[in-house]
Ligand binder design. Structure first.
Ligand SMILES: C[S@@+](CC[C@H](N)C(=O)[O-])C[C@H]1O[C@@H](n2cnc3c(N)ncnc32)[C@H](O)[C@@H]1O
Length: 261
């Protein structure tokens, strides 16, 4: 099975299908919530945000009216998709484990791209990257799809976006855990791509996705020098009344951390 380091087809030769496979509208409600967190939870006013693993720029599209965004992704193909959607944002190619931009931001966000970090060693490297790019008193937000404590095998489907080209895409997925002793689960995808000439291609690809325990998240965030803000690292969104009062839809999992002043 290829790993993220080999480059998954979804983020290389299939990148152009991203808006159809993972429609922009599906990010809207969660982006409203994340914008509210950024505006209400940070100890400093948030203007400049670094989005690591920004992909096709769908989250960015919903945040860019409120914040100045710098978007980093390891895939040039995904950056090209995002540049078309978000031409006013700064785009940079880089690996969230190693990139150093030599400056800080009011906030650093890693949305679902954190799923592609599958070892504790790499998670520690990513958290160090985030810490180095977060200004004192700034906020870091991580939004993994899975945490080990709650993981349950799932099957689902999605897609259906429309980019006006006559193409259509949907996918099916099964996500399961081949070995509960490690920190990743496996998503088996089947992408069904109907091209503008009505020909159909079916592509199957398995991805390794990180599923770390909350204890691991808390330990690595603390080791890096992050402290709990309101909404401690590991907090479950919606679990307290302050979270429930925020607009939009909270992500299933979210880890919030503040850099020491
Ligand atoms: C699910 S997509 C992100 C979608 C994004 N949230 C959006 O709004 O369109 C995951 C992205 O993570 C990127 N990625 C995976 N490993 C990475 C790494 N080590 N550093 C930076 N980006 C990475 C992939 O290239 C891909 O674009």
């Amino acid at each position: 099975m290829p790993s993220a380091d080999d480059g998954y087809r979804l983020y290389s030769d299939l990148a152009d299908w991203w808006p159809l496979i993972s429609p922009l509208d599906e990010y809207a409600e969660e982006a409203v919530y994340l914008a509210a967190i950024l505006s209400s939870t940070a100890a400093v006013p948030v203007h400049e945000v670094l989005d690591l693993g920004s992909g096709g720029g769908h989250i960015a599209r919903h945040l860019k009216d409120k914040f100045r965004l710098t978007l980093v992704d390891i895939s040039d193909d995904m950056l090209a998709v995002s540049r078309r959607l978000n031409p006013e944002c700064r785009h940079l190619c880089g690996d969230m484990r190693t990139i150093r931009l030599g400056r800080t931001f009011d906030a650093v966000l890693i949305h679902d791209a954190i799923d592609y970090i599958v070892t504790q060693n790499d998670l520690a490297r990513v958290i160090a990257t985030v810490h180095d790019h977060c200004r004192p008193d700034g906020i870091a937000i991580f939004v993994p799809d899975y945490v080990k404590d709650d993981f349950r095998e799932l099957a689902g489907s999605g897609g259906g976006g429309d980019d006006g080209t006559g193409r259509h895409a949907m996918f099916r997925e099964r996500t399961w855990d081949p070995d509960p002793a490690d920190d990743w689960v496996q998503a088996d995808y089947e992408f069904i791509l109907r091209k503008a000439d009505n020909s159909v291609e079916v592509i199957r690809e398995s991805h390794r996705l990180g599923a770390f325990s909350r204890d691991v998240w808390q330990r690595l965030l603390s080791n890096a020098g992050f402290v709990a803000g309101s909404g401690s690292p590991g907090a479950v969104p919606g679990a307290d009344s302050a979270d429930r009062a925020l607009p939009g839809r909270p992500p299933t999992n979210m880890f919030l951390a503040h850099r020491r002043p």
